[in-house]
Design a protein around this ligand. Sequence first.
Ligand SMILES: *Cc1c(COP(=O)(O)O)cnc(C)c1O
Length: 501
Amino acid sequence: MGINQQFPLLMELGSPGRRAYSLPKLDVPSRPIEDMIPRDFLRQDPASLPELSELEVVRHYTGLSRRNHGVDVGFYPLGSCTMKYNPKVNEDLAFLPGFASIHPYQPEETVQGALQLMYQLEQALCEIAGLDRATLSPAAGAHGELTGLMLIKAYHEAGGEGHRNEIVVPDAAHGTNPASAAMCGYKIVEVPSNDRGGVSVEHLKGLIGPKTAGLMLTNPNTLGLFEEEILTISELVHAAGGLLYYDGANANAILGKCRPGDMGFDVVHFNIHKTFSTPHGGGGPGSGPIAVRDILVPFLPTPTVEVGGSDEKEFFLHYDRPQSIGQVKGFYGNFLVLVRAYGYIRSMGSDGLRQASEDAVLSANYLMEQLKDIYHLPYDRVCKHEFVLSATNQKKQGVTAQDIAKRLLDYNIHAPTVYFPLIVEEALMIEPTETESKAELDRFIDVMVAIAREVTESPEQLRTAPHHTVVGRLDETQAARHPIVRWHAPNSDAESLNGDE
Ligand SMILES: *Cc1c(COP(=O)(O)O)cnc(C)c1O
C-alpha cells in the first residue's frame, strides 16, 4: 500500500485561504513587486502550494516524527554509528543566541566567545588524539578523510615524494576509506585481515614500499576488535615512508584509554556526530574535525583559529598560510555541531569520557557473551564498543540477517548494521553504546533469543517482517533505483506520488 493512503502529504491537506500565520497590517510604504524584481523573473501563475492552518501543520509534522525510529524512541544498536543518547543540555547550548544568531561575516572582535570555543575544542580534540593541531572545518567523517588525505598528499609533494600514489586499506574498512582515497587520486591497495580479525602484517609487508603514500585504519576496527599489532604496523608504514591515517569513527571505544597519536597515527578524524553528542542518522549536519601531527600542520586548511592577537581580538582567524591546502568548507565548519561537542566534552570531563568508553565496551562485551551461543561469533575475543555476529546458523534454516534486522523493528529496536563488514557472511554488527541501561540490554538479549526461536518455529513471521511498523517491507531495489523524493503538483505531468509503490 502506498504511504499516503494512510498519511496524507502536506500538499494534499488544507483548503484555499487557510493560513498558519497572522501578520500585523503593513504600516510602511510598499513598492510594487515589479519595481524590485524584473518582470521576466516573476511567475505568471501562482505557485501550487498547500494552504493550511497552524494546527494542520503542527499535526502533520508531529505525525511524521512519530513514524520514525530514533534514539529518543528506542534502542538503536546500529554498529559503527554510535547512536548514543545526546544530552539535551547540549541542544540548549547550541540554541543560545550568542552562538545561534551570529553571522559568519561578523567582525572577529564581536565573536570572541565563538572563536574561543573553537580554539578550546581544537585543544581538547588534540589532547584526545595525542596530536598537535586540528582543523574543525570538515563537515563529516568522510570529509575529514578527504581533507586528511589531501594533507598527506601535500606533505609528500612538499618533500619531493609526489610519486607516492598508493593508499593501503584493510579489507574490513568502511567504504568511505577507499572512496576518499580514490577521490584524492590515490590507487587503493587492499590488505587482507588475519584470522584474529586484525591486519595481516605478513601481507602488509609485501604491499608497502616506495609508492606507499599512507595507510588508513580504524582502531578498534569495524569488527570492534583492537588492532593488536598496531605499533608494528605503524613502524612498518613509517619505515616505508608512508603516513598513517586514523578513521576515528570508533573513537567511542578509546576515549581517555589510549591515543591514536601514541599508536603512531599522523592524522585522525573524529565523527563529532557519533562520539560527541549531536543527533544524527537523518542526514542532519555532522562534523569531522581532523587532528594532525606537527609535520602536517603547515598544510592544514584555512582558516585556523589562533590566540594572542590584539586587545580586542585575542582570538583571530588566520588565513595567511602559504603551504595550506586551502579552504575545504564554507566559513568555519558546522559551528553549532562544534558547540554541542564542546558542551559535551567539558561537561563529561576527562574522567567522564573515559567512563563513557569503559561503559560502552562493557555493554558490548555483555551482549556478545550472552548472544554468542545462539548466533555465530566469527571472531571470539574480547571486543571493544561493538561486535559482529553472523546469522549463518539461521541462514541454513532459511532466515537471513536481513530478516532478523526487519523483525527487530517489531520490537521497537532499530536494526543493527547488516552485511558489513564485508568479510563476515550474514553480518549483524551490534553497538549498544554506554547510554543504555542493563535492563534495556537484557530486553535486547530476550528479543534476540525470541527471534532465534522464531527461526525454527515460525520462519515466515521473520521473512515477512516487520509487521507492526507504519510501512511493511519495502522494495529496496525500487527505492534505490527510483526514489520519489519530490512532490509534484497534481496537475503537473510528472510522475504522481499516488500510485501504489
Ligand atoms: C561513519 C563512518 C565513517 C564515515 O563517517 P561520516 O561522518 O558518515 O562521513 C567512516 N568510517 C567508519 C568506520 C564509520 O563508521
